[in-house]
Design a protein around this ligand. Sequence first.
Ligand SMILES: [Fe+2]
Length: 307
Amino acid sequence: MQPPASRALRIVHLSDTHLTGDGTLHQGTVDTTAALDAILDQLEQIPGVGLVVVSGDCSEDGSPASYTALRDRLVPWAAARKAGLVLVPGNHDQRVGFREVLGTGHLLGDGGGPIVHDLVHRDASVPIGAVSSVAGRRIVTLDTSVPAAGWGELSDEALDRLRSTLREPSELGSVLVLHHPPLVAPSRLHAALQLQNPDALVAALDGTDVVAVLAGHYHHAFTGQVATPSGARIPVLVAPGVANDTDITGSYEEERALVASGALIVDVDADGALWSTPVRTVRPSDGQEAVHHSAAQVQEIAGRFGR
Ligand SMILES: [Fe+2]
């Protein structure tokens, strides 16, 4: 692949790694640790990476062992490239385990230097998010998860904090990383688990220097654009899942996913221009069915975890 333009920040955007602490297969079919290793191998020769992000569902079981496995793979991978490393929780994550191992989720900063964490104990009700700076960009993580729920929501307090974080512009713009995207869901199950107040999020971005929103959750690469109340357009990039790939060509009422792992390469130029492409693994098992929930099963899961 071509190197990034001279003042562009190249981001490797991973999402939905769903690692397990004890090697349990994700949904009984996928070794997610091996899937992560496979996509990192696939990305080995991508030049000029300045930042690695994981936009949630880092863990499947919330165990410290799963976060440790993730950290022990991503920190050396990013540090070897002198890249920053930032993670945010999703609905499958558990804040206690996440904080214990990953702190605020901002592990490496400008040039791959380690970021010192605030390790003060915080209750699981307190969202995990932080701000760091990489190559002149402000990298903001925002926790859209709701403990014990699959859907996402941002409290008025979280939105106030976001507005105050973004009040003054940064040198070369901000990149916002979160799990539940403010975009239409591709299936009944995802619709039950979507962000409940996307309009409030988009309104909070009005008049700010946010050049891109990086998200996950849908386990498939999507690109959209949200329109703020004053008419600004902000791109939203959803990364493919590392754990599996949602079959968006299937029935809306059912949920089917295939064995496949991917990532997005995102270049953010100094003027805010964007370029992005998905990268996928090529393994013998890719394309096999990873999971298939009937419409009745979707209803049951949506009843337990959705809205
Ligand atoms: Fe996920």
